[in-house]
Design a protein around this ligand. Structure first.
Ligand code: ADP
Ligand code: ASP
Ligand code: MG
Length: 609
């Protein structure tokens, strides 16, 4: 007999009929001989309705009262689901987060789970009851009993955390789509169901707005090896398996906060090529990386910073053995760009043979801006200048001078109290893994550009510490390649993206520090969209980035920023072009033919009751 945690989302408990259907599924699972813990969300759009009510009373509700209000939604569902089970003759008991003892940080509206008491749940299970638990909520401590919530969509996180604490055999997330699709079916009706996806891939996708799974739920599954499945509430189809690494026994104390970083990785076999002042128009990146891919050269990081005037810089890294050939491709491209509006002689290729990449890796950095900031300040304290930065959900990588590599690794290992290892080298493509698993669009981002910040160790650290102190999470971070000398000081630009809602606050707190940090201005652009392609199979397969850039160029969509990690390529484009960009890259990677075709009605949740 196993223990299964089943989580039902808002739509799945949206009406009395659906609650009854949930009760039947739960009872069927019990009848198969399993213990069942049920986690539920608020019914339908209840939470949205409560937010709306609060805003009718005040434009600025206190976070504490918001938590008090929003937590009521789940309390309604747990009682009704329990009653429905009892009505079927199945003993059941409902419990709030506080009654279970789901202890969180004392931070309202986005608390992380610290500890879960399992004794009460286990006692009820032993008595043959189904335990129905309110998702999305907890309490700050047994003494304070302050009700907290985990952030919108947080019931998924409650469910996976409970599965980890109870060492359940499986955590099933029931929702209104057949599982995880290659992209959001509301934007791309051709989206296909995936049979499986790794936690790392899902983390990258989920945090980009693939709201089917709360990213923190995936972090916990990865860190605690929880077997996780996303399935439809309306069918018995198997859904999508989210593959976690093998189970690692870990303490439950500090559940969501103790393991932000697993290890420090380094790669000394890197060289950098930068193209400066290339025309800022569709197709340039596509041609450059198309040509590089056709030579079968694998690029690692790609970064395109914000434009200056009507030109852009693109920088990328390759293994040292590929440098000469990649350089030749770049040099050959330059003369052809003159016809595309580049001023004669303005473009140039810059090479750096002696660089290294150091990274911190781990699932636990999402929504914790202090982690990247700590990496930057650690490097600064060691007097190491950061030449390029690339961020993803599971990794922050910095390119530094090769001579600084050992010191950087040592300092980072000390700061994060972890060991180090060489970065895994691609050993060619793994044949049965698709290069791109899914694509995602994030329309709720804004771009900030800090113009002309002095180029010396510690500047990135100061900027991102400042933002972290205001709890502002930063997504893409890009430093310009080009330097500008102002009053004898070498300066660069740093651009990054934040959630749109944080943009004004980020701008204000940076602007206030302009004098101290010595930069000119902070420019905000909220009319951006970020499109990304994610897949563990892109490692060691040249041409994935080129394919994406080509698809955008064919649609005449200009790429404003590029950043990559091992398993993701992201481009910032104009917001108005976001959906078209998503559709174009979904087609480009032939994802409509990738998996099981999902009936459109099922995909968009127009389901039977
Ligand atoms: P629940 O209430 O069950 O938690 P959500 O609305 O939070 O459900 O999440 C499911 C929704 O996520 C789907 O209806 C779908 O529109 C959306 N979605 C976005 N991206 C994806 C994706 N890649 N795969 C599946 N669903 C997605
Ligand atoms: N009810 C909460 C929300 O709507 C939590 C959840 O559904 O996961 O965000
Ligand atoms: Mg959800």
């Amino acid at each position: 007999m196993g223990l299964i945690v089943q989580k039902y989302g808002g739509t799945s408990v949206g009406t009395v009929e659906r609650i009854q259907a949930v009760a039947q599924r739960v009872q069927a699972t019990v009848n198969q001989g399993h213990g069942v813990v049920v986690v539920v969300s608020a019914m339908g759009k209840t939470t949205d309705g409560l937010v709306q009510l609060a805003h009718e009373i005040t434009a600025n509700p206190s976070r504490r009262e918001m938590d008090m209000l929003l937590a009521t939604g789940e309390q309604v569902s747990i009682a009704l689901v329990s009653m429905a089970l009892q009505e079927l003759g199945q003993p059941a008991i409902s419990m709030t987060g506080a009654q279970v003892g789901i202890i969180t940080e004392a931070i309202h509206s986005r608390a992380r789970i610290l500890q879960i008491a399992t004794d009460r749940i286990e006692r009820h299970l032993k008595d043959g009851k189904v335990v129905v638990i309110a998702g999305f909520q907890g309490i700050s401590s047994i003494e304070d009993l302050e009700i907290t919530t985990l952030g919108r969509g947080g019931s998924d996180t409650s469910a996976v955390a409970l599965a980890a604490a109870l060492q359940a055999d499986c955590c099933e997330i029931y929702t209104d789509v057949p599982g995880i699709l290659t992209t959001d079916p509301r934007l791309v009706p051709e989206a296909q169901l995936m049979a499986e996806i790794t936690c790392d891939e899902m983390l990258e996708l989920a945090s980009l707005g693939a709201k089917v799974l709360h990213p923190r739920a995936v972090e916990i599954a990865r860190n605690y090896g929880v077997m996780l499945v996303v399935r439809s509430s309306w069918t018995d189809d198997p859904g999508t398996r989210v593959l976690a690494p093998a189970y690692q026994p870990r303490r439950i104390e500090g559940l969501e906060i103790v393991h932000p970083v697993d290890c420090v990785e380094y790669d000394r076999d890197q060289a950098r090529i930068a193209l400066l002042r290339v025309p800022d128009q569709p197709g340039v990146a596509a041609r450059l990386f198309g040509e590089i891919a056709s030579q079968d050269l694998d690029v690692d990081l790609i970064i395109q910073s914000i434009h200056e005037g009507n030109t852009n810089d693109i920088a990328f890294t390759v293994v040292q053995a590929s440098l000469l050939r990649a350089e030749a491709v770049a040099e050959a491209l330059i003369p052809t760009l003159a016809g595309e509006g580049a001023r004669e002689g303005a473009c140039e290729v810059m090479i750096d043979r002696a660089i290294a990449k150091v990274s911190i890796a781990g699932a636990g950095m999402i929504g914790r801006p202090g982690i990247a900031a700590q990496m930057f300040s650690t490097l600064a304290a060691a007097g190491i200048n950061i030449q390029m930065i690339s961020t993803s959900e599971v990794k922050v990588s910095c390119v530094v001078a090769a001579d600084d590599c050992d010191r950087a690794v040592e300092a980072l290992c000390q700061a994060f109290e972890v060991g180090s290892q060489p970065a895994a080298k691609a050993i060619g493509p793994v044949s049965d893994v698709p290069p791109v698993r899914g694509v995602a669009l994030d329309l709720n981002q804004a771009q900030l550009a800090i113009r002309s910040i002095p180029d010396r160790p510690g500047m990135a650290a100061k900027v991102f510490q400042l933002l972290a102190a205001h709890q502002i999470s930063v997504d893409m971070i890009i430093q310009s390649q080009r330097c500008r000398v102002i009053d004898g000081v070498t300066t660069r630009d740093i651009a990054f993206t934040v959630a749109e809602g944080d943009a004004r606050q980020a701008q204000a707190c940076l602007q206030a520090a302009a004098g101290e940090l010595g930069f000119r201005e902070v420019v905000v652009n909220t009319a951006i969209a970020k499109v990304s392609a994610v897949g563990a199979g892109m490692v060691g397969r040249p041409g994935v980035a080129a394919c994406m850039f080509r698809a955008l160029a064919a649609e005449q969509i200009n790429i404003q920023m590029i950043t990559t990690s091992e398993i993701k390529v992201s481009c910032v484009v104009a917001q108005a072009e976001g959906v078209r960009a998503l559709q174009a890259i979904h087609r480009a990677f032939k994802l409509e033919a990738a998996g099981t075709r999902v009936a459109r009605e099922a995909a968009i949740g127009a389901s039977p009751g």
